[in-house]
Write a protein that binds this ligand. Structure first.
Ligand code: G
Ligand code: G
Ligand code: NA
Ligand code: MN
Length: 254
């Protein structure tokens, strides 16, 4: 209850900020893009992980202003890079399925991109599920409009929790992010490897890109590269930083 109340003040009092975690192409080690991850430094409790506060935000309606802020802040930071003449990279932003209950969110995304003059092709929206969805078909019009605008769509944490084959069959995803739980036991686990190979086959058959999450070791990197996974993200490459440039330095320092 307290956490929920504190969420109300968190955005206004600038307790929340974004970090960017780098993703590299497995073929050539170049930058694929970045994932924006929300951070909350609570004035009394210190760091609170999104794993704790996102579910609380989803259970209240706080996910709506928080979700809008995350998208706007990402665009603001991209605009800053653009104005400084820096190289532009794609950035993915997490969107909770609960945010579709906010009918203004779709238009908000379009307006914000226009306001900051950001190429929609730079944006991937990562859809994350924390509960079952009754009617996936209801999401299709909004997702189709985003795609028509040039925004890419990712299915996050694939294989874990509630996200299932049903999602891939119904919604127009451009990429799949394989959950860390499948990657962490590679290359030792034959069964996890088998699942990852199957996901790669399925995704590539459907012309989808695959990003592996939670890559921590060289062995995992080599295995994923040998099995034609497209890109990797994880502590092996970098933990992430509020500054995209610092993030790039970290990614290439190892
Ligand atoms: O940040 P961390 O790596 O601890 O992420 C934990 C979980 O929180 C992940 O499932 C991630 O997708 C989610 N998450 C991180 N940032 C955001 C955000 O801005 N919005 C939503 N909805 N989820 C987020
Ligand atoms: O839920 P989602 O997968 O979107 O969020 C990623 C979460 O995993 C974040 O909490 C992030 O800090 C964390 N994370 C990112 N890379 C790694 C990694 O290589 N290992 C571990 N253990 N956690 C990671
Ligand atoms: Na995510
Ligand atoms: Mn994820």
């Amino acid at each position: 209850v307290k956490l929920r109340q504190d969420l109300h003040h968190a955005l206004d009092s600038e307790e929340m900020y974004l970090i960017f975690q780098p993703q590299l192409f497995l073929t050539n080690g170049r930058i694929y893009g970045f994932e924006a991850l929300l951070r909350w430094e609570h004035p009394k409790q210190g760091y609170i992980s999104p794993g704790r506060f996102i579910p609380a935000a989803e259970d209240s309606s706080m996910i709506h202003p928080i979700g809008r802020w995350v998208f706007k802040e990402t665009c603001r930071l991209l605009k800053e890079r653009q104005d400084q003449g820096e190289t532009m990279y794609g950035v993915s932003v997490n969107v909770s399925f609960r945010q579709f209950h906010d009918p203004g969110f779709g238009p908000y995304v379009s307006h914000t991109l226009t306001y900051y003059g950001i190429d929609p092709g730079l944006i991937t929206l990562e859809l994350t599920e924390s509960a079952t969805i009754d009617n996936l078909h209801d999401l299709v019009p909004t997702l189709t409009r985003w795609k028509e605008a040039g925004i890419k769509l990712a299915l996050d944490d694939f294989g874990s929790g509630y996200s299932s084959m049903n999602y891939i069959g119904t919604l127009p995803f451009d990429l799949i992010k394989i959950d860390r739980s499948f990657i962490q036991d590679l290359p030792a686990s034959y069964s996890k490897g088998s699942i990852v190979r199957a996901v790669l086959g399925l995704a590539h058959d459907l012309d989808m890109t695959v990003v592996a999450e939670g890559v921590e070791t060289e062995e995992q990197w080599d295995w994923l590269r040998a099995h034609s996974c497209d890109a990797a993200q994880g502590f092996l490459i970098g933990k992430g930083s509020p500054s995209i440039n610092a993030c790039i330095q970290e990614a290439f320092s190892s």
